[in-house]
Design a protein around this ligand. Structure first.
Ligand SMILES: [Zn+2]
Length: 335
């Protein structure tokens, strides 16, 4: 079975000969930039550089999927936010907010012609042509994250308390960006779409998730015509139950949530991806420590193993490679 068949079978609830291994968000590092001679910031908006750097996920790390959208700024940039594109050891940042309220929202008709958006789409097509047997993963941001980008985190969170009806309108409206960009990526060749929506515990209560985001995430699950990998950072234990009922194919979760607890709560309603710790294990510890976490996640029943979030840019290559080595040494016969 090819890596792509393994991942798609897992996401569709069919048999696979082993667990999957990939990262739905960025796996790139400065070491991979050197190996591929493709560096930040160009690899965020130059299709060829993005292609060269992203394919290291398969060629170097031996993962089952390639996710080329390293940054978190493409949608905001295309909508008009100013962006600092960063440098090899620094991810890009959005500089300042664009809008104050619902009535300011203006989604540009030519959003998909923005040069950074085009670079993502062209890169996906290049990956699809070069690697027909590998899972090509697109990435878009959900409307909760886009609201942080466009309104500022603090102002948006105040709105969720003071103007809940306006927030619902905002989320509905911004979902158009999410769906439009996801559709374009699927047309360009993406097999699967990561939807990153930072409804993390410290910024979104379980009640907010229930009231604001279950309807939105369920709508995204039905409108985006490819299996979705939902990514939410941080401690999400209190909302996995809700997430598992949105109809999304899978949830990419962090090591702040115990793998066995997550599997128990998801109760087979949604596939689970992750949850190898980035900031201590992958960044500072040794391959045998990584293997222990991989084995633990597999034993708990996590379906696809990978880093918990975008990896720190100076993560050692050996630790990232150990994830695929440890996953692939175990076939289904000895799981
Ligand atoms: Zn994250």
């Amino acid at each position: 079975m090819t890596p792509k068949e393994i991942i798609l079978n897992i996401l569709n609830g069919k048999d696979a000969p082993r667990k999957g291994v990939l990262n739905p968000v960025s796996s790139t590092t400065v070491e991979q930039m050197k190996i591929t001679n493709s560096y930040f910031p160009e690899a965020h908006y130059d299709a060829k550089k993005m292609f060269e750097l992203s394919r290291a996920s398969y060629e170097v790390l031996n993962y089952d999927g390639i996710m080329p959208v390293f940054s978190v700024v493409i949608e905001a940039y295309a909508a008009g936010c100013s962006v600092n594109w960063g440098e090899p050891e620094m991810m890009p940042q959005i500089l300042g907010k664009l809008w104050k309220g619902y009535s300011d929202i203006e989604i540009k008709k030519d959003f998909l012609s923005n040069h950074a958006v085009r670079a993502v789409l062209d890169c996906i097509t290049m990956l699809k042509n070069k690697y027909p047997d590998v899972t090509v993963i697109g990435k878009v941001f959900g409307p909760w994250t886009l609201s942080y980008d466009f309104f500022g985190v603090e102002d948006f969170l105040i709105k969720t308390i003071e103007e809940p009806e306006e927030v619902k309108d905002i989320l509905n409206k911004l979902s158009e960006i999410t769906v439009k960009f996801a559709d374009a990526q699927i047309k360009a060749g993406a097999d699967v779409i990561t939807v990153a929506d930072h409804a993390t515990r410290d910024l979104c209560s379980p009640i907010s998730y229930r009231d604001f985001l279950i309807p939105i995430h369920s709508m995204l699950a039905s409108q985006i015509k490819a299996p979705i990998m939902l990514h939410i950072c941080g401690d999400t234990l209190d909302r996995i139950e809700y997430i598992s009922r949105t109809g999304m194919a899978s949830f990419h979760f962090e090591s702040k949530v115990d793998a066995c607890r997550a599997v128990e709560i998801a109760d087979k309603r949604i596939k689970l991806i992750g949850n190898i710790n980035n900031t201590s294990t992958l960044l500072f510890r040794k391959p045998h420590d990584v293997k222990k976490e991989v084995d633990y996640a597999m034993n708990c029943g996590v379906d696809i193993i990978g880093p918990e979030c975008a990896v720190p840019l100076i993560t050692p290559l050996e630790n990232l490679k150990e994830i695929s080595r440890a996953v692939k040494e175990r076939t289904i016969s000895n799981v």
